[in-house]
Design a protein around this ligand. Sequence first.
Ligand SMILES: C=C1C[C@]23C[C@@]1(O)CC[C@H]2[C@@]12CCC[C@@](C)(C(=O)O1)[C@H]2[C@@H]3C(=O)O
Ligand SMILES: O=C(O)CCC(=O)C(=O)O
Ligand SMILES: [Fe+2]
Length: 377
Amino acid sequence: MPSQLNKDPHNRYFDLGAAREVPDTHAWDGQHELPVVDGGVGAGDDAVPVVDMRDPRAAEAVARASEQWGAFLLEGHGVPTELLARVEAGIAGMFALPTPEKMRAARHDGDLYGYGPPLIASYVSKNMWSEGYTLTPANLHAEFRKIWPDAGQHYRHFSGVMEEFLKEMRSLANRLMELFLVALGLTAEQIAGVEAEHNLTESMTETMHLNWYPKCPDPTRALGLKGHTDSGFFTFVMQSQVPGLHLFRHGPPADRWVEVPAVPGALIVNIGDLFQILTNGRFRSVYHRVVVNRERERISVAYFLIPPADVKVAPLKEVVGGGKPVYRALTWSESIVVRKEAFANHGADLEFGKGRTALDMLSISSDEDDGAEHHRD
Ligand SMILES: C=C1C[C@]23C[C@@]1(O)CC[C@H]2[C@@]12CCC[C@@](C)(C(=O)O1)[C@H]2[C@@H]3C(=O)O
Ligand SMILES: O=C(O)CCC(=O)C(=O)O
Ligand SMILES: [Fe+2]
């Protein structure tokens, strides 16, 4: 049995979709104590910011949302709603396949890609109420051939839809990167300079993680995805019309989780750890989690934009200006190791802003200066 799969108390594969109760192996005690507030329009300060890319003042809205929340709902992004619906239907069909068929693509220890729980699952002792499938544009076909070895109609249809999706998402990612740089206050000349020096937009890599959160008999004991920050530059999340994504917000008045509303056609953008470093702490990476519910399963796609694994990322000098870099330079691969350490040392404390996060561990005030350039090793 591949070691990464959801296990029951007897160490066998645990079929979440058929579960009648939440076993102790999947129970997250103490994780449902903070208040949860609705982040819909009308929620005042807790309304999740909305950015419309068609708005001439979109860059200002991006700056505000990235500084204050580290996340926003994105509209007017140009990815056809009809395509998003086909992506969702295709993914739902894939997750609905019999377990042995999905297990042909199971990820094994040490693998980054394949079917199974996400990377952070290996840092925690409890199982999450979800299954996932991690893919890249480069391995999409090889992965799907594991699930559909006959390369038949289903394989061809789903691969075609996902290819279309990837193309649209890449174009959007490039446009959003430019908008982020404008939002940081860089002039057109500075943006050209940053791109010439670091090749930020073209070099960022894409990873997709498809999430399936089956219905849960006791959602107050389970967690779809444990609280975490995304490690890369930024992430697009496409969620089905079932809310479940929570963004952490510190008090005052009180620490709380804000539930992202399901807005048809909108994508969610999360800032990741390496973007917080690149922007010298101006744009915040957002701590978030996913809860499940009793009545409806939920599907999402997280599409991560990550710098090449061996490229050092450091605060941009154009952002640091006359100030000081707050973070030391590091690669994405190094950041994953630091994150693992943060989890190992502080575990549940991170949830409540008490422990030392990976970003705290990388801040220069608590470490030596490692230079302020973004360059290849
Ligand atoms: C590129 C990646 C980002 C990710 C780790 C991964 O190698 C593939 C899965 C991604 C994911 C999805 C769920 C949450 C997350 C924290 C995790 O454990 O696996 C993210 C990772 C990340 O942002 O670092
Ligand atoms: O399911 C979601 O809404 C978010 C998923 C997520 O945070 C992730 O895959 O990193
Ligand atoms: Fe995430």
